[in-house]
Ligand binder design. Structure first.
Ligand SMILES: Cc1cc2nc3c(=O)[nH]c(=O)nc-3n(C[C@H](O)[C@H](O)[C@H](O)COP(=O)(O)OP(=O)(O)OC[C@H]3O[C@@H](n4cnc5c(N)ncnc54)[C@H](O)[C@@H]3O)c2cc1C
Length: 292
């Protein structure tokens, strides 16, 4: 199997890219769910898919296995995520070499979050503190890696200010990152302002908006509290009216995401990255809505 194309080269094609994010399954039932979703999603031919690396660096092998499955069995271009958490430089070199030898050429490069309960980031012995350092390490090891990094339109929760966070994003890009994928957001003006600020700072790589179709009010409240994204009142009101009716919540979530994506693409976004929680339904509905 030839190595994957770089996402940077896909992004030069001047058509909006569609990408989907999976998480590595924990057990047989989740593996089946990933399998089913991956099979169903072939129909909409995403440009690439990504596989997260568990908080606390807990899913090293599971991420590798899921990435391998999606690449070999389903033929997707796969971008595994990699974090600094719990890894020495030597381990990170080993992981990079294995990914490269297996044909992966794209990596979402992150500092990562600590496991539940930990209050602040702990650097591993002979490890790295920031994603910008991991970008540098990976690029030095394999210059043909294409690296994505995370951007936070509403500021990373630990950053002192959006300005300081943008300085950090600039460091990641200067270290060799080729594109940015954003944290989820629900109000497009937040993204437009962020892109403007990035450009003013001299960050000129593509900034791909990350969109999460809401599946449950409880879940989205938990996610947004964790990552500091704002839930618009209009959206929460609708979700509260739907209460626990899952079908209605999903319709509201898809409708909101569809409106967001239409607006983003009309305003020149380079594509969209969907946080799909290993479910095909919303991504299929969005593709159908966009095709209309
Ligand atoms: C698209 C996307 C995918 C993600 N996937 C995963 C995943 O698979 N696994 C996972 O565990 N987490 C994932 N996350 C969450 C991410 O790991 C957390 O948000 C984490 O807390 C920060 O990671 P980072 O790569 O943005 O860190 P960094 O870019 O290193 O930034 C971390 C903090 O340090 C600050 N900072 C950076 N450099 C400096 C410096 N030199 N001096 C002072 N301050 C600095 C930044 O402003 C920020 O507040 C993802 C997030 C996004 C948006």
């Amino acid at each position: 199997m030839p190595p994957d194309n770089s996402i940077a080269s896909l992004l030069t094609q001047r058509r909006p890219l569609r990408s989907l994010e999976f998480f590595p399954p924990k057990d047989e039932a989740q593996l089946q769910m990933l399998h089913d979703a991956a099979a169903a999603l072939k129909r909409i031919a995403p440009d690439f898919v990504s596989v997260t690396y568990g908080a606390g660096g807990t899913t090293r092998e599971r991420t590798a296995r899921a990435a391998e499955l999606l690449r070999r069995e389903f033929g997707y271009t796969v971008m595994p995520h990699l974090t600094c958490v719990g890894h020495s430089r030597a381990e990170l070199h080993g992981i990079a070499d294995r990914l490269h030898a297996d044909g992966f050429r794209n990596i979402m490069t992150l500092r990562g979050d600590m496991p539940k309960g930990a209050t602040e980031f702990q650097v591993a012995p002979d490890g790295l503190r920031y994603a910008s350092e991991l970008v540098g390490l990976l690029k030095a090891r394999h210059p043909d890696f294409c690296l994505g990094v995370a951007g936070y339109p509403e500021k990373h929760p630990e950053a002192l200010s959006l300005d300081a966070d943008l300085e950090n994003l600039k460091r990641k890009v200067d270290a060799g990152a080729s594109f940015v994928t954003t944290q989820l957001f629900f109000d497009n003006t937040v993204y437009y302002r962020y892109v403007e600020k990035c450009r003013a700072r001299g960050i000129h790589v593509p900034i791909v908006p990350g969109i999460m179709p809401v599946l449950s009010l409880k879940q989205i409240k938990r996610f947004t509290e964790m990552c500091g994204a704002t839930l618009p009142k209009d959206l929460t009101t609708r979700l509260e009216v739907a209460a626990e009716n899952t079908d209605v919540v999903e319709i509201i979530g898809i409708d909101w995401a569809l409106t967001q994506i239409r607006g983003l693409l009309a305003n020149g976004a380079p594509g969209y990255h969907l946080y799909i929680m290993n479910r095909a339904k919303s991504a299929l509905a969005l593709a159908a809505g966009l095709a209309a």
